[in-house]
Design a binder for this molecule. Structure first.
Ligand code: BT5
Length: 324
């Protein structure tokens, strides 16, 4: 399969004529015209922009923009975050790779990023749809000296960094839904998964997994997701450079992270509240212990959600799925 792909791409890039006819492709690859069409469609799915003109054939307009270390380093303005990059074309989950690297003692700020995940995961082992070259699928290794119970604050911090970077690069206004979602008009654009390696009183590493829908079109989402998910490109009506967005996220994340290590969560909390849509609304919080309905009063100085139920009793929620 990859051999066919290589041959096909070679025909487009070395061919002297601009268009490569379907017949020529089928001759050189030794496959039927229908198979040619299928290979072209596969390339399109992977982000290649191919023009088809009747009687002339196919022309390669644009290769997909990748998030290779070279592409990410050119213009990356950070001291630590993303200075060490582990890049994969295809991976089970960047989260798994990052856990392994963290265990092996990789430096703080190590970034694992992939064009595609085939086993991307959300919380509670839910599947995270991560198609090739259309989104940002990455995991960052941090080693903060904070008590383990404060690690969820890094989810909120990361959400702020991502929101600010999205606004900077695309001018699109997005909302944060506690604890780990970023939405546009109620549809999910970003999911964050914070995991850690720690013992009772000490963190060894925190792994922040970030999944960001960037250049998917509506047809790229399956039935289950099309009504609940969106991408920056769908909202903006144009393609967005993933590499530029990754760079902006790492820059903001680094600024906020060092501010957090110095000054604690309070300044981050103020920023977070400015983007949060969960607060001051009636919500349902589904936790593993059951559902609670009530008014979201805010978050505590630690980042825990305060929910006042219908009887006026206050609940402190550490993790849940929120229904608005
Ligand atoms: C999350 O979980 O939102 C955290 C997602 C973290 C993904 C990143 S990608 C890089 C790193 N490597 C990984 O393997 N994971 C991290 P949760 O709140 O549990 O939401 C999961 C739910 O979101 C699913 O059950 C779907 O309903 C929905 N979903 C799945 N894929 C989606 C997508 N691409 N866009 C929007 N929603 C999606």
């Amino acid at each position: 399969e990859s051999e066919i792909r290589r041959k096909l791409l070679e025909m487009f890039t070395t061919g002297e004529e601009e268009y490569v006819s379907g017949q020529k492709i089928s001759d050189e690859l030794g496959c039927s015209r229908t198979a040619v069409w299928k290979h072209i469609e596969d390339l399109r799915k992977d982000g290649y922009d191919l023009e088809a003109v009747r009687r002339k054939g196919y022309k390669l307009i644009k290769k997909p923009e990748l998030v290779t270390p070279d592409a990410l380093r050119l213009g990356l303005d950070t001291k630590k975050l993303g200075q060490n990059i582990c890049y994969r074309e295809t991976v089970d989950s960047t989260q798994k790779v990052a856990h392994r690297l963290a265990q092996e003692g990789c430096e703080e700020g190590t970034l694992v990023i992939a064009e595609e995940q085939v086993g991307g995961r959300g919380r509670l082992n839910r599947a995270w749809h991560s198609p090739k070259t259309t989104g940002i699928w990455m995991s960052l290794v941090l080693r903060p000296q904070i008590p383990p119970h404060e690690a969820p604050q890094l989810t909120l911090l990361s959400a702020v960094a991502i929101v600010q970077a999205i606004e900077e690069i695309t001018d699109i206004k997005v909302d944060i839904k506690w604890p780990n979602d970023i939405l546009i008009n109620g549809k999910k654009l970003v999911g964050i998964l914070t995991e850690m390696q720690a013992d009772a009183d000490q963190i060894h590493s925190v792994i922040i997994g970030m999944g960001i829908n960037v250049n998917q079109q509506e047809a790229d989402f399956n039935d289950e997701l099309s009504s609940i998910a969106t991408s920056l490109s769908i909202e903006k009506g144009e393609k967005i450079s993933r590499a530029t967005l990754v760079q902006a996220i790492l820059k903001r994340l680094e600024e906020l992270y060092y501010q957090y290590l110095k000054a604690g969560f309070a300044p981050i909390k103020i920023l977070w509240e400015a983007y949060a849509i969960t607060i001051g609304r009636n919500i349902i919080a589904r936790t593993l212990k059951g559902s609670i309905e009530g008014l979201a009063k805010g978050i505590t100085p630690e980042g825990t959600l305060m929910l006042e139920d219908l009887e006026g009793k206050m609940h402190y929620i550490y993790s849940a799925d929120i229904e608005l």
